[in-house]
Every structure is written in C-alpha cells, then in structure tokens.
Design a protein around this ligand. Structure first.
Ligand SMILES: NC(=O)c1ccc[n+]([C@@H]2O[C@H](COP(=O)([O-])OP(=O)(O)OC[C@H]3O[C@@H](n4cnc5c(N)ncnc54)[C@H](O)[C@@H]3O)[C@@H](O)[C@H]2O)c1
Length: 382
C-alpha cells in the first residue's frame, strides 16, 4: 500500500488545525488504497509548531520550511501560510519533486500564479488548491443536477459571501496589507464564490465591479471607494460585481467583511432552464430545488437532504446527521491524496486557481477604472 508522507507548512494557525483534522479522518471516511503519515508540522514560530504538532498528531515539528521541503522523507507539501508566502514555498517544494497542496488564494497576483502553474506542470507533480467548498456533497450534488442533469443549463447566478468576523478587529494581521494578503475581501472570501460560480456555471468572460474599504478616521465613518486617491495600499473590505459567463449565464456577486450578523454566510442561487437550485452554508447538507416539470399539485421549492446514496462522500448511513467544516476539509484532502496515489492530476489545480486569480485581478481593475474588464485568455493546459 502506498504511503504518502506529508509536511504541513504554516501549521500553527487556523488552517493548520483544520488541515490536521482533515488528514486525520481523510483515510477513514471510506476504504482507500493508500496510507497517509502526518510527518512534520512547520511554523515560523518554533514553539507554536511544537505545540501544534503535539496537539494535532504530527510526528515532528520544525521552524524551517526550506529544509523540510528539501527532505527526501517527504512526498507532499501542504502550504497553509498567509498568501504572500505561498509562491516561494510552492516553487521550492516543486523543485524538490514534491506534490503540493496550497491554500487559496493561490498567491497575490496573476504572474505569480502562472509561475506556480508552469512549474507544477513542468515538474509533473500533483497540485491542488484549497477551494474546499466545491467539495462538500451538497455543492457536488448541485453540479450533477445542472447541465446535462435535471436542472438543465444555468441562466443566472446570484452569490454572496459575507462575514462579520472582522467587524470589530482593528488589527487585520496579514489580511491588512497587499504584500502579505494579496487582495482583501475579494481574494480572501470572494475567491471561494468565484470558484463555485465557475465550477457550476463555467468560465467568466467579463466583470464590472465596485470595491470599497473602511474609512477608519472615526468609529462611525463609512466607505472609501477604491478610486479615492488616499486609499493607497489599503485592501478592499467589501466588493460587489456583475459578471457574464462564456455560456451566456449572468451573475451578481457580493463579498464583504462588514456584514453584521453574517456568520460565514456563503450562499448562492442558480436559475436554470429546467428549474432552480439554492444553497446556504448555514444548512450545508441541504439544497433547495425547484423543478419546472413538476406537476402543478406538488410544484414549488423542495428541500433535498444530501445523504448517502445521493453522494458518496456522505459517510453516515442515517440522513440528517450533518456534515461540517472538517468534513469538507477531509474530502478535499482525501481527493488530493488519492490523486497522488493514482499518479493522476487533482482538481481544482494551480491552473484553475490562475483563472480565479485572473477574475480577482479583473474585478480590481474594473473597480479602479469604473469600466467593464474582459478576461484574458485561459492559461495553457486547462
Ligand atoms: N479554505 C478556507 O476555508 C480558508 C479559511 C481560512 C484561511 N484560508 C487560507 O489559509 C491560509 C492561512 O490562513 P490562516 O487563517 O490559517 O492564517 P493564520 O494566520 O491563522 O496562520 C498562518 C500561520 O502561518 C505561519 N507562518 C507565517 N510565516 C511563516 C513562515 N515563513 N514559515 C512557516 N510558517 C509561517 C504563522 O506563524 C501562522 O501560524 C491563507 O492563504 C488563507 O487565505 C483558507
């Protein structure tokens, strides 16, 4: 049985815990033909690394990612540092022939993302990016219901990803600067929405956007527009955009860190030629589905409980027991590990993440220029 030895880089933080838990159950969801070893957890803070490694079940810890990605005792490198570090670590890991899982957004800009994709293709390593929501069974099921499924072809996408988690935080940490965080709400949480929209409705071809950031001069001050000269290097804290897709679907999107009462409020609705489907992360096992060909006597939106039998990644035999954040992490990591074990590509790969980075870039350009921005050509190989 193939054994995959993993190094987790940046493991002392939030995603360090989520990925550690994911690896612990990834091979236990159902039978797999490989073994995973949680070999080493790395964090720049050596004490945090040692504590996290011991609490989260890693064999060893280190404060030096460079020596770890070069080690012959490691097969796969999982990067959960702030985005500004992703590229350097991924390129080094690929140069040493390691398979790479990288958290989203893949990096801070399109040229950097392309460099990572080119290196991964040339190196022939399995690569995947942490767009975890597309892996949860309800969203996988929505994909199956859409074209060529019962719902038909998508016509209109309406998506929101809103939070109040950062509402009261004056120190944004790495999320507060372009060098470490890349793009603000658009790149951080909006990137998940873009991934889901493209996964379900196909490629976006053009966008028109507004991005704003908080004016912090008084507690009750409102937004700066991105076009304000004094905005400088501040990152967007809320964004709204409309998009046109290659297949004619039209979309509206909203992403923001300043939405009181919104707790990881990731939700979307899709109108399609055969009906409609709606998803809300706060009920992650359910889809609301409406079918146009229903008999009049029973027509109307119904709740579909996504259970075992509908989706293989629901592993409880009893419907309604619920899956959560860790389950989604485990499913995406199991798919990454299975791709390595089978020696085949994983998805969403670095190339797909370049696409998402291109959309983030286009949104930013549109917000700055007050004009529609057309997407560039897709990267080679996707
Ligand atoms: N997929 C999701 O749902 C999701 C959710 C949250 C964050 N993320 C992404 O995960 C990544 C990390 O986010 P987070 O919330 O875990 O951040 P975090 O700040 O909680 O953790 C980052 C960790 O990286 C460590 N680090 C910094 N520089 C390092 C270096 N040079 N070498 C080794 N370690 C270093 C820090 O000490 C910290 O422990 C980001 O790309 C973020 O966008 C994804």
């Amino acid at each position: 049985m193939k054994e995959i030895r993993v190094a987790l880089i940046g493991g002392g933080g939030f995603m360090g815990r989520a990925h550690s838990l994911g690896y612990s159950v990834a091979t236990q969801l159902s039978e797999v033909d490989f073994r995973v070893r949680k070999s080493i957890l790395v964090d720049v803070d050596g004490d945090a690394a040692a504590l996290a490694a011991s609490a989260l079940g890693w064999e060893a810890s280190s404060a030096d990612w460079r020596s770890v990605v070069a080690s012959p005792d490691i097969d796969a490198v999982d990067i959960v540092t702030p985005p500004g570090l992703h590229k350097e670590i991924a390129l080094a890991a690929i140069a040493h022939g390691k398979h790479v899982f990288c958290e989203k957004p893949i990096t801070n800009d399109v040229p950097g993302a392309l460099e990572m994709w080119d290196a991964a293709r040339e190196g022939g390593v399995t690569n995947q990016v942490g767009f975890n929501y597309r892996h949860i069974p309800a969203i996988t099921h929505a994909k199956e219901l859409l074209s060529p499924g019962k719902l038909g072809a998508p016509l209109q996408f309406r998506g929101t990803y809103l939070h109040d988690a950062l509402f009261f935080i004056s120190d944004f940490g790495w999320r507060g600067s372009k060098a470490t965080g890349g793009s603000g709400a658009t790149g951080d949480i909006g990137s998940h929405l873009i991934d889901i929209a493209e996964y379900l409705c196909g490629p976006i071809v053009r966008v028109s956007a507004l991005q704003v950031t908080r004016d912090r001069s008084h507690a009750d001050s409102g937004w700066h527009k991105t076009t304000d000269a004094e905005r400088g290097e501040l990152l967007d804290e809320a964004a709204t955009w409309i998009a046109e897709f290659e297949n004619g679907t039209i979309g509206t999107f909203s992403a923001g860190f300043y939405s009181p009462g919104k707790k990881n409020a990731l939700a979307f609705e899709i109108d399609a030629t055969g009906g409609a489907v709606a998803f809300d992360w706060n009920n992650p096992d359910q889809l609301i589905v409406d079918l146009l060909d229903d008999q009049a006597a029973v027509a109307g939106p119904r709740t579909v409980e996504v259970s075992q039998g509908i989706q293989e990644d629901v592993w409880y035999p009893v419907p309604g027991l619920g899956q959560g954040y860790v389950d989604g992490m485990a499913i995406q990591l199991r798919r990454f590990l299975q791709a390595i074990a089978d020696d085949r590509p994983a998805t969403p790969n670095f190339g797909e993440a370049v696409r998402i980075q291109q959309v983030i870039d286009a949104i930013e350009q549109s917000a700055f220029t007050n004009a529609w921005v057309t997407m560039p050509d897709r990267p080679k190989g996707i």
